[in-house]
Design a protein around this ligand. Structure first.
Ligand code: BGC
Length: 785
């Protein structure tokens, strides 16, 4: 009897000795210990890219440890990590944003179509100046991600609008870092409230798409910290994203993905980031350098990287401690995911509710640039609709930010559903023109990184127009699209084409001649030239790209069902070259580059091409309104600008000291005859004597609720001493000078309604690491006053 019991106990002990631990919050250490070096290497390298770019599911044959399992990418997500079932390690499933979840419509092995909601693009969201709404959009996106089994959304995009031509500006929020950081925080909190992670991107200084994978961005540490890192600092401190995506480019020499100063010293040690860093979708960097820098996860991943990690640990050029640190951090994110928690995908997001939310937010993200009284439309039964884009509204940009939505409501459909009649002649004309063009292009192959160019505008002759003018009002839509991998160009794209100018001129002349008004709708991805033609139409509505409900949302605003309350998050210059950064941007680059030797600024040996291989940020901190308002330069439309259907008065401005700075308050009253909301901006002018500063800097903002005529609301603006600080490159410290600050309450940066002085008794200083300096001090442009 004894013998079998002993045997049983022996077997049990042996089994236990060989039993593998399973991942749980309590035994991360044990799992780490149980993993082989090969398994660790595989966990730090992405598992597959999926069908992101429209091709078939691409699965690269890795030499994997036998235990590793590939995620079955039947939804066409952007990427995932490997699973190790024997250790209880599930994959992290990642899909793109930021304007909605990006999945394939067809899911392998399943019947039917699976759509996601296309929400307004980042720039349109930021134009609402309404962080509550942005958070709600985040929640809806998080719910869709949950419903489809996605663990981390590769969003939000939050690079700064350094220059109006960046092809991806539509994904990003603003030329101002505070607004960017606050919008990103709202989005991250919204998505993460549904237990779906985010990946704030692209960290950092990813300000152009031309040569995006190899460009070196050369800038001083003041501009770096105050402008390009500030938004990321805010989102990390306020919302702790699960992941940060390191960008493709270099900054002052090193690739972001290999730079410990950026990924460890600043991101983790100074700001307290607790999640993982994953690389943007390149596989070209030095593997050991990435692991050492704290780039925990290499996406999309390839077999060389995995083998490289194993090899370098074996020969001692990469320490196992560095590897373990990254593995531990990846395991900690695995633990948080819905996939790990066994939450099953339902495949049934509430697309109807999300479409309604998208429409509501879209109507608040539009910016009314001009209104000579024609809007909201009154006594209008019939609208004459011009411009290709009126009939094919653009819902969002191209590239990885494109969402596969079930539909896009055109302006034609939106106006029809709102009860307006339209001229069937114009409808037929435009629809046959677009169909004709489709046929011409039937043989071309377009992809999301190489989208079809816009269809040229029809040249509608003056004579024909003078003979028509049937409707009560004319609406012309001007469209622009842009996206990943290419920057926009001048004159094409930024300026209007000759056909577009003729269309605007002729329609305005013909309708004005018979006493009818003209409204221009801008369905654009970024800033365009407006100064030369803005006097012609009676109203200009900057709609941006509003997602799938675009046409309905524009109809809501035109008809007065919704009151516009969006404001610009960037400056519209008189002309492109008014932006100081324009002289250091590939505005007309069509490649391939002609090489010229300019080496000293980068410290690199090979011949490099200016604005392509490297870009000098000679404008320093004078980006956008920081430049225009400090140097008194005229603009077409200033930062923060936007009209309403009603008017607002600001009263009782006050500023009171708080434990940590001050709290400003102002009362906003609706003095007009329609309901509306007002976004109020708090700008600060610093006392002289300290560091040179822009004349005005946005330090806080707030938006009212919908105020009925006569109603008031008191808005609060808390500002900390740190929030007033500027970065001193000499001392490598953030500094807030003592003295008298002027606190301004603005309807835009150029429309300050009231100001109050505030005396800060004590100066403050926050020293930080002296890192990421350029090889040579950067000669910043002498900006002429
Ligand atoms: C883009 C990222 C995107 C990734 C995955 C990259 O090319 O730059 O923004 O998240 O692809 O699709």
């Amino acid at each position: 009897m004894r013998k079998p019991i002993c045997l049983f106990i022996l077997c049990f002990v042996c089994l236990m000795a060989h039993a593998q631990p399973r991942l749980s919050a309590e035994n991360v250490d044990a799992v780490l210990q149980a993993m082989t070096l090969e398994e660790k290497a595989a966990l730090l390298v992405g598992a597959n890219q999926g069908v992101l770019y429209g091709g078939s599911a691409e699965t690269i044959e890795y030499q994997l440890p036998e235990s590793a399992r590939m995620y079955d990418n039947r939804m066409g997500v952007g990427g995932s990590t490997y699973a190790f079932p024997h250790l209880g390690i599930t994959p992290i499933v990642m899909a793109d944003g930021p304007a909605g979840l990006r999945l394939s419509v067809k899911h392998r092995g399943k019947e039917g179509d699976y759509y996601c909601t296309a929400f307004p693009v980042g720039t349109a969201l930021a134009s609402t100046w309404n962080t509550d709404l942005v958070k709600q959009i985040g929640m809806a996106m998080g719910e869709e991600a949950c419903a489809y089994g996605v663990d981390v959304m590769l969003a939000p995009g939050m690079n700064l609008h350094r220059n109006p031509l960046n092809g991806r500006n539509f994904e990003y929020y603003s030329e101002d870092p505070l607004l960017t950081g606050k919008m990103a925080s709202a989005m991250v909190s919204g998505i993460q409230s549904r237990n779906v992670g985010t990946s704030v991107k692209h960290f950092a200084v990813n300000s152009q798409e031309t040569n995006r994978k190899d460009n070196d961005d050369i800038l001083g540490t003041r501009a770096l910290r105050e402008l390009y890192l500030k938004g990321f600092e805010i989102v990390v401190k306020e919302a702790q994203p699960w992941t940060v995506m390191s960008s493709y480019n270099r900054i002052n020499g090193p690739w972001t993905q290999e730079d410990p100063a950026l990924l460890t010293t600043i991101l983790r040690k100074e700001w307290g980031f607790e999640g993982i860093v994953l690389s943007d979708w390149t596989a070209k960097r030095n593997t050991a350098a990435q692991v050492h820098a704290g780039n925990d996860l290499m996406m999309p991943g390839n077999k060389d990287q995995m083998q490289d990690i194993v090899q370098q640990v074996k020969v001692g050029t990469l320490s196992i401690a560095d590897v373990d640190l990254c593995v531990r951090r990846v395991l900690e994110v695995v633990l948080r995911t819905n996939t790990y928690k066994g939450k099953m995908a339902t495949d049934e997001p509430d697309l109807q509710a999300h479409a309604a939310l998208s429409r509501q937010v879209a109507s608040e993200g539009m910016v009314l640039l001009k209104n000579d009284g024609v809007l909201p439309l009154k006594n209008v039964e019939m609208v004459d609709l011009y411009g290709n884009t009126s009939y094919r509204f653009i819902s969002g940009g191209t590239g990885s930010g494109k969402v596969n939505a079930a539909y896009t409501v055109s302006l034609k459909d939106g106006l029809r559903d709102a009860g307006y009649k339209m001229d069937s002649y114009l409808d037929n004309l435009y629809m046959s023109w677009l169909t004709y063009y489709d046929a011409l292009r039937a043989e071309e192959t377009y992809t999301i990184l190489n989208p079809a160019p816009p269809v040229p505008e029809l040249s509608v002759s003056r004579e024909k127009l003078f003979a028509r003018t049937k409707g009560d009002v004319a609406v012309i839509t001007i469209g622009r699209n842009a996206g990943e991998a290419t920057d926009r160009k001048i004159p094409a794209d930024f300026d209007l084409s000759a056909d577009e100018m003729a269309l605007l001129r002729n329609v305005c002349d013909a309708y004005h001649a018979v006493g009818k008004k003209v409204v221009v709708v801008l369905n654009v991805s970024g800033v365009i030239e407006t100064a030369s033609w803005r006097a012609w139409p009676d109203a200009i509505l900057l709609a941006w790209q509003l997602g799938q409900e675009g046409g309905n949302a524009v109809a809501d605003v035109l008809s007065g069902k919704a009151s516009p309350s969006g404001k610009l998050t960037m400056t519209f210059p008189l002309q492109y070259f008014d932006h100081p950064s324009s002289h250091n941007f590939p505005y007309d680059f069509v490649g391939p580059p002609s090489f010229g030797p300019v080496m000293s600024v980068t410290g690199r040996k090979e011949p490099l091409v200016k604005d392509v291989d490297y870009t000098l940020y000679e404008e320093g901190i004078y980006v956008g309104y920081r430049y225009f308002s400090s140097f008194g330069k005229d603009v077409s439309y200033p930062f923060g600008y936007g009209l309403s259907y009603t008017t607002f008065a600001y009263s009782k401005p006050s500023v009171k000291a708080s434990s940590d700075g001050f709290v400003a308050t102002v009362t906003v009253t609706n003095t007009g005859s329609l309901a509306g909301k007002e976004a109020v901006q708090l700008y600060v002018t610093a006392p002289s004597g300290g560091l040179e500063k822009p004349t005005l800097e946005l330090r806080s903002f707030a938006k009212t609720r919908l105020l009925l005529p006569g109603e008031s609301e008191v808005l609060n603006f808390p500002v900390s001493a740190y929030g007033l600080a500027s970065f001193n490159e000499v001392s490598s410290a953030w500094e807030t000078a003592a003295g008298t600050y002027q606190v301004h309450f603005g309807a835009s940066v150029a429309d300050i309604r009231c100001s109050v002085p505030f005396r800060l008794g004590k100066a403050s200083r926050w020293e930080v690491n002296r890192v990421m300096e350029p090889v040579q001090p950067l000669q910043e442009i002498t900006l002429n006053h």
